[in-house]
Write a protein that binds this ligand. Sequence first.
Ligand code: ZN
Ligand code: ZN
Length: 372
Amino acid sequence: MSGSQYFVNRINRVVEQLQESALSAMFITPGSDLSYLIGYHAVPLERLTMLVVTQNHEPFLIVPRLERSAALASPFGATGWEVISWGESDDPYAIIGDRLNGLSGTIALDGHMWADRVLTIQGRFPDIDCVSAAPIINAIRVIKSLDELDHLREAAAAIDRVHAQVPRFLRAGRTEREVGRDIADLILAEGHSSVDFVIVAAGPNGASPHHEVSDRVIQDGDPVVVDIGGTMPSGYCSDCTRTYSVGEPSPEFLDSYEVLQRAQVLSTQAVRDGARSHDIDAAGRNELTEHGLGEFFIHRTGHGIGLDTHEEPYIGPDNPTVISSGMVFSIEPGFYIEGRYGARIEDIVICTPEGPETLNKQTRDLVVIPSS
Ligand code: ZN
Ligand code: ZN
């Protein structure tokens, strides 16, 4: 399939969904939905860029004149569909209104559209109702194509290469921030085009799941949670957590870590076509609860990943989403004990017809870095 055909098919699926849902149009502004639908990684600017897909007209992309050549160079430019550019003294909303011969009915707006855009659209087209396009787009994005699965495998391999080298950065006497800086450099060196987040949470900081880095000096005996991720040139994201121990961990921490390791395996093994999100969550959570750690597992088990680090499907308690082949998400149970320490183990997993395929291959055992 040619590059642009790939995106034509995605737009055609949106048109089918508009017909099925009796929506007149869908408006998509820069962000991962736009990247997904037309391969155009537009920078969000105050000037309006918007993809307009309707039931009855050909789709078109409206862009500021200064973005025209970038838009034409994207896969959308090769589809033959129109790129309309507007100059500094034009009114892009008027151009859209003319194109669509006025606008009525219900319009779906991308879920991350800026509020001022939404309000402008509502003000300029008073006869329309607006709904979120997220349910339609997410239902398409949640099932990854074979190409996307390869991109996610590459992303996981890249972040695995970073984790393989983390032990040489971790030692007592260095700060989390120093270690984090080394890791960020390595995330780029190992093939990512950007660093999305670096969490280095030593000792008590590990009890905060979204701690980033601080000036805390790593102490001998500290467990250290390292959760890192970036975006590859393909646009797809990596996300992987391993827990390390600088010097010998306490026996109590080791016992809890073993329970966590079993919980992570149990949730992973529960991944299969037709499983429900809450069952995958419960498989690991029950193991932690049986060993007194349930109350310290304070977040859901995982999140989908693709062009965004966090996207559908979410894996959590009370979530009845049916998991099916082609979905990709994290399995990342943890425990967080205020004032003491935390631990988390995170892999990205594909649901395949045969069951789970775990993309991250680095050891899930606690990596103990001997004191020097
Ligand atoms: Zn993570
Ligand atoms: Zn994650």
